[in-house]
Design a protein around this ligand. Sequence first.
Ligand SMILES: Nc1ncnc2c1ncn2[C@@H]1O[C@H](COP(=O)(O)OP(=O)(O)OP(=O)(O)O)[C@@H](O)[C@H]1O
Ligand SMILES: [Mg+2]
Length: 473
Amino acid sequence: MTSSTPASPAGTTIRPRERDAILQALRAGVVPRVGQQHVQVGRADEVKALLTDIDRIADGGSAIRLAIGEYGSGKTFFLHLVRSIAMERKLVTVHADLAPDRRLHATGGQARSLYAELMRNIATRAKPDGGAMGSIVERFITAALTEARESGTTPDAVIRGRLTSLSELTGGYDFAEVIGAYWRGHDTGNEQLKSDAVRWLRGEFSTRTDARAALGVRTIVDDATFYDQLKLLARFVVMAGFSGLLVSLDEMVNLYKLANTQARNANYEQILRILNDSLQGTAAHLGFVLGGTPDFLLDTRRGLYSYAALQSRLAENTYATNGLVDHSGPVLRLANLSPEDFYLLLTRLRHVFAGGDPTSYLVPDDALTAFMTHCSSRIGDAYFRTPRTTIKEFVNLLAVLEQNPGTDWAPLVGAVNLVTESNPDLAPLPDDDGAAQAGANAGFAGQAGPEAESHAAGLASASDDDDLATFKL
Ligand SMILES: Nc1ncnc2c1ncn2[C@@H]1O[C@H](COP(=O)(O)OP(=O)(O)OP(=O)(O)O)[C@@H](O)[C@H]1O
Ligand SMILES: [Mg+2]
């Protein structure tokens, strides 16, 4: 097993602050905010599929993918990875987790709240940590000024020309007015006007009266305009010199958990709208990637499959079973990590723990194999499918060895106590009856088999594609 895995990235040093941040996140079971490239393994095929989408978005098209994976299988990690790639390719990205008060469709402000959260996280390559709205608008102005200078026209004329094409889209009139207000603020040195315009774009005005007083527009970004607003933003970022907009939504299971059928269906209808636009290619320069559990997709009572129009559009390719994969449809099954991936992951963790210095490795290769064998005998093959617990345990083990020099690793590995992870999102729901829950669980369990097999094929083709297999951020 070890001979076929690439060596850990020896020679890469890891700064102490980055090391600590990575380890702290992994021990808490969450995705590190920085330095993911030091631990990333696998996902070559999935990344390749998303690269096609990103190129299509940059080319003026649209895309939607549902990254479906079991609890702790690496959905959030994958979404992070996709965002970094998108930013590298000059896309603007926005991302948010869905929550009871953050939805795609609502009447009580929850969709605006999702929009505002997305805009707080708006990021570009130069501002990868979010808060980039101001600099994007500023770039739009700079681009227009340059064009005006080069073509010998006035900035006003250039900007008006660009905004006209926005005004023609749904909700575009006020959007264009707001950008116009920003330009006036820029031109006259009115900082208040500029910041009000940015606040409007960020969905932070909660009443029309305030927006009218500040900017002279009649509307605000609200629940009803959530999606139209994203379409406008996608056009706008292209005018500012970016390649398009990628919207990343995680924790989609929150829609599945909505107890009210009508509210749930209204949200699914919004997904259908996005999906239709994307499949028909009508939303220019705009892409979506959604992270969710198999239940969110497959459950026929509360999941996307409960909505007939979505079920027919999202039905997986019936030929893609028994080791065959199809990454051309909207549903992207996050394959399980393979034992090879997992071994590599352990070498990476050891490397990070040692601050990138191979002479400081706390355990030899034998310990990695022993750890895997131990996990496998404890909880079966599930240990590498859902890496969260195993990563935590391994990092804890290294922490003990570090703080107690001279301790023998072997008995410690033997004492690692693992339990199979359970998904808190599948806890009984308030209005659930027993039958529904049993159905949900059956759907979940039924997926494990084919998914494990399909990964084998994924790996085989991944090794054919060297530059993607070793993709680095
Ligand atoms: N490809 C990978 N390479 C290295 N580490 C990974 C990979 N995928 C996931 N991890 C790590 O595994 C842990 C769990 O991953 P993540 O949080 O992405 O799972 P998830 O599917 O989003 O879980 P949940 O269902 O709870 O949302 C994290 O610590 C993450 O850093
Ligand atoms: Mg997650």
